[in-house]
Ligand binder design. Structure first.
Ligand code: SF4
Length: 396
């Protein structure tokens, strides 16, 4: 039964990995089992400490991300979810996702996930080429992925995402297309595919130097061929890098892109609540010490770093940056409703210019009787350039 509580999404960060990949700058690292278990207890305590804050909300989506959440002990992880169900109202039809790496789950673990209410898997494949996987420093081969995928299907998961990567060192158009074809030939094919380009991040082994990166033109062609091949195979692109079969768009990520409210638990986890952005400490020991017991005495703000109250300008920029990632774009009427000023007033002349350059288009949302604005295919190709146009000068 639905209540009139406000919708909320929950992110749970599990920072553990078997070992670090060569391109990874996420907050993740290997740790022994006893540390992992202590961390999961702390996570449950953090959730309990937010009981009052959660009381006004109904949780619509949960995303267990990392790191590699699937390396953690499954019963202990199920306990964390149980704590969440006991502490907050979770919608009966909530989307509950866990990120899984090939080779870190077996049937029993997947069964525990399902019993704990997890109904969506996001499997990090990246490539079907074993040499490319080895270059990335991934812990698995394509064959390991096939095994994990098969077990997930056998356990009854129907909502499965597969993460793919383009612009990998040594990757060619041919090898990239072969990866797409292999994934599309899976039985059944995944309901959702994420296809991101490799980004070389500071502080990673790749940043120190890596050879064989595809050039920019090839990288762009890989992006374009993804769109062509996936659309031909029954997927629709609903975000710059995300494709889904009808009915399988990721509800959790859409909350981020539409600036819905979300609360993150665990180290480094980010939140957006009542126009405040903040994140938890990134220090594992500090976090585990803080939440080693059930700390109802902690005031909300004492646990949070970077408590940033967004200005109206920040919120307007975010509305545009995040919303324009979606192929359905943003509602111009909603912008006016939220900010009491129209897009034309805040960004004088900009829409006309971008429309003339073929980067955006305006269209009516017949159902709602509203006007929307979205990036064209060309605009999606050069999205960073378009987004930069929506930055507001501090004096505006
Ligand atoms: S598995 Fe994911 S989080 Fe872990 S090191 Fe590799 S890329 Fe990073």
């Amino acid at each position: 039964m639905k209540t009139d509580k406000k919708p909320l999404s929950i992110y749970l960060h599990i920072p553990f990995c078997v070992r670090k990949c060569n391109y990874c700058d996420f907050l993740s690292f290997p740790k022994p089992d006893d540390v992992q278990k202590r961390y999961l207890k702390a996570l449950a305590n953090e959730i309990r400490s937010c009981r009052d804050e959660l009381s006004g909300y109904r949780i619509e989506t949960v995303f267990i991300g990392g790191g590699t959440p699937s390396v953690a002990d499954a019963p202990a992880l199920a306990e964390v979810l149980k704590t969440l169900y006991e502490t907050a109202e979770v919608a009966e039809d909530a989307e509950i996702t866990i990120e899984v790496n090939p080779g870190t789950v077996e049937e029993e673990k997947l069964r525990i996930y399902r019993e704990a209410g997890i109904n969506r898997l996001s499997i990090g494949l990246q490539s079907a080429d074993n040499e490319e996987l080895a270059c990335l420093g991934r812990i698995h081969t394509y064959e390991t992925f096939l095994d994990t995928y098969g077990q997930a299907v056998k356990t009854g998961f129907t909502n499965i995402n597969v993460d793919l990567m383009s612009a990998i060192p040594g990757q060619t158009m041919d090898s990239y297309v072969r990866t797409l074809e292999k994934v599309l030939a899976l039985e059944p094919a995944p309901a959702h595919l994420s296809a991101y380009s490799l980004i070389i991040e500071e502080g990673t082994p790749f940043y120190e130097g890596v050879e064989g990166l595809p050039d920019e033109d090839t990288e762009r062609e890989m992006y374009q061929i993804t769109d062509v091949i996936l659309k031909k195979n029954g997927y629709h692109r609903y975000e710059i890098s995300n494709y889904a079969k009808d009915g399988y768009e990721c509800r959790h990520n859409k909350v981020y892109w539409t600036r819905g409210e979300y609360l993150g638990f665990g180290i480094g986890a980010a939140s957006l609540l009542q126009e405040k952005r903040f994140h938890n400490t990134c220090d594992l020991d500090e976090y585990m010490e803080k939440y080693k017991e059930n700390r109802m005495d902690l005031t909300k703000d004492s646990c949070r770093e970077d408590l940033e109250v967004l200005t109206t300008e920040d919120a307007m920029e975010e509305f545009m940056f995040l919303g324009l990632r979606l192929t359905c774009g943003v509602s111009l009427d909603e912008f006016t409703r939220i900010f009491k000023r129209s897009v034309a007033e805040v960004y004088p002349g900009l829409l006309e210019k971008l429309e003339k350059d073929g980067l955006i288009y305006l269209f009516p949302d017949v159902e709602k009787g509203e006007m929307r604005m979205a990036l064209t295919d060309f605009g999606l190709d050069v999205s960073n350039r378009v987004m930069a146009e929506f930055l507001l000068k501090s004096d505006s």
